[in-house]
Design a protein around this ligand. Sequence first.
Ligand SMILES: [Zn+2]
Length: 384
Amino acid sequence: MTAPSTPLTPTLELACDLIRRPSVTPVDEGCQELMMRRLAAIGFALEPMRIEDVDNFWASHGQDDGPVLCFAGHTDVVPTGPLQAWQHQPFDALIDADGMLCGRGAADMKGSLASMIIAVERFVAEYPLHKGRIAFLITSDEEGPAHHGTKAVVERLRARNERLDWCIVGEPSSTTLVGDVVKNGRRGSLGATLTVRGKQGHVAYPHLAKNPIHLAAPALAELAAEHWDAGNAFFPPTSFQVSNLNAGTGATNVIPGELKAVFNFRFSTESTVEGLQQRVNAILDKHGLDYHIDWALSGLPFLTEPGALLDAVAASIRSVTGRETTPSTSGGTSDGRFIATLGTQVVELGPVNATIHQIDERVLASDLDVLTEIYYQTLVKLLA
Ligand SMILES: [Zn+2]
């Protein structure tokens, strides 16, 4: 715990206030109200958007002409896991002897939310007549199913032709030092459940049956060995992984009638959904399988190429930390994929992600002040 004589910085004070609200997805627990109160106080127009059981809000400040810079993020956090496993209780939000701010959401992503608010408060105070508009797009459904969160808000914004030029998502992008990595895109994710039909029978009478395991095995081996693409300057090669494989009745003397395989592509911008589907079908057809596939697309790849936003973010990181940032498209999907569909340049920039979703989630407290300064400098570069 910090000594009472050491006052917290504004960013850390707000981060602690947010962490102390136990907003396990999709519950918001008043986090957004707290953020909206701060934004209203500096003249933001607020638009709460509760969609089904999910709290979201949109807020903006400035004028209609000129570019729009949006800060995006989520107030929900993942469950804590067993409380007794935590060194400090997950919603106590305290700073330990090593200067780490401990608590669920410290890194993912209440620390970023606090940094955004403080940076914007400072910017609006210093540049009340700034160019264009600053906006916030905040959801409490990023860690859950994410149907009524950013995706649904983006649909509303699209329906009324809301323009978003640039977006900074506060996801914890950094690897070892704050700002060392920013995400300038994400791979797409395409899932599938493959059912291969055979004919059930007695193992002693294989000529009367059709074994789907024997039929599917060489096809799966070929899918696993396939070179889907080589990736490009921004993306690693597309990868194919089988996550589940099931067949068999449990009995040792029965040839099963069916095999199910669940697989997933993480794909680059060198491949398309239709292209991958056609190639999978071609391989399965070549092996003469009787099959059915249920496809589930959970996100298209997106990419923000070097331009005004990436340049401003990289220059701000350089001026605040002295570091050259590395743009990366690795990792899982994020809400950035929904926002990018508006034609927006999207960059994810947040604190170090080493402990996200873990027991004892924590972040170097001083990193959040650094992050505030980086967000502030970015605002100056783009809208001052
Ligand atoms: Zn997150």
